[in-house]
Design a protein around this ligand. Structure first.
Ligand code: LMR
Length: 297
């Protein structure tokens, strides 16, 4: 501690903390993948009565991993306790969909969770808390959450569409026969649902427009779009449960994009609250679009 100057502890609250996504995510957070090797963190884990025992197990595993950056692990089922002073709230806990179900069908059950959690964040979280909504349907849930948190900045609420961005980049890279890191400027427009538009017109491969590199227009207009839109559903058919590891990776990517200045000329996709008709999009909804960050948080 004498040779290294540590930053102030960052509080990260995670709901659905006993679930599969969190099981991948928490260990990444604790190892410094998001905030770097000089940033100690506290993990505050929210579960349900049903998952409390499992949550105790998760906490045990985190503690036994002896992460130098992980200074506190707390668990509980009351969002008013677990969200206290949260600098980040990663809202994962929700009923997932099964095979053949659309995400919108979950709204009845999950909407209530996000209303309650919005109220709790409004009451006890850091006034500058960044909220990433993962539970589906995530755009609508993010809107419900921010509407229930009127004292927090609406611009701090995000619906996770980074998973779709990553999926789109993967498909373009495979088709073009290049490595993933050569794909940039990948926008996901709209909802994290089958209505989303993965934008191959503005995306680039090695700095060139996609259409100059991939000449197969039919593939771009039909196969590419549908593959990205339906990727989550196809995965559920194969796995019998929804994506977990790749979702966790995309949450890390989304957080890193917010805490690091966006490279010149590039952008990332995230669902944000719309004001002032950005790109002609309706106001007062949560919509995924290209965003840049100055990296201050
Ligand atoms: C995904 O896209 O993998 C997640 O939203 C889970 C789902 O329901 O598809």
């Amino acid at each position: 501690e004498k040779t290294k100057s540590w930053k102030k502890l960052v509080n990260v609250s995670v709901s659905g903390a006993a679930g599969m996504i969190s099981n991948h995510l928490l260990f990444k957070l604790a190892s410094g993948e998001v905030f770097g090797q000089d940033q100690p963190i506290a993990l505050k884990l929210l579960g349900s009565e049903r998952s409390l025992q499992a949550l105790e197990g998760v906490a045990m595993e985190l503690e036994d991993s002896l992460y130098p950056l992980l200074r506190e692990v707390s668990i509980g089922i009351d969002p008013y306790v677990i969200f206290e002073d949260a600098d980040w709230a990663l809202l994962i806990g929700a009923k997932p969909r099964g095979p053949g179900v659309e995400r919108a069908a979950l709204l009845d059950i999950n909407g209530q969770i996000f209303a309650e959690q919005g109220k709790a964040l409004n009451a006890v979280a850091s006034r500058n808390v960044k909220v990433i909504v993962v539970g589906n349907p995530c755009n609508t849930n993010a809107l419900i959450c921010l509407k229930n948190a009127p004292n927090l900045p609406a611009k701090n609420f995000h619906a996770l569409t980074r998973l779709d961005e990553n999926r789109a980049k993967c498909q373009l890279a495979l088709k073009a026969g290049v490595f993933y890191d050569k794909i940039s400027n990948m926008t996901i427009w709209g909802n994290h649902s089958t209505t989303q538009v993965p934008d191959f017109l503005n995306a680039k491969i090695n700095g060139r427009p996609v259409k100059e590199v991939i000449k197969d227009t039919k593939w771009l207009e039909e196969d590419f779009t549908i593959t990205v839109q339906k990727r989550g559903g196809v995965l559920i058919q194969k796995w019998g449960r929804s994506s977990a590891a790749s979702t966790a990776v995309s949450i890390v990517d989304a957080m890193r994009s917010l805490v690091t200045p966006t490279p010149e000329g590039d952008w990332f996709s995230t669902g944000v609250y719309t004001t002032g008709n950005p790109y002609g999009i309706a106001e007062d909804i949560v919509f995924s679009m290209p965003c840049r960050s100055k990296g201050r948080w």
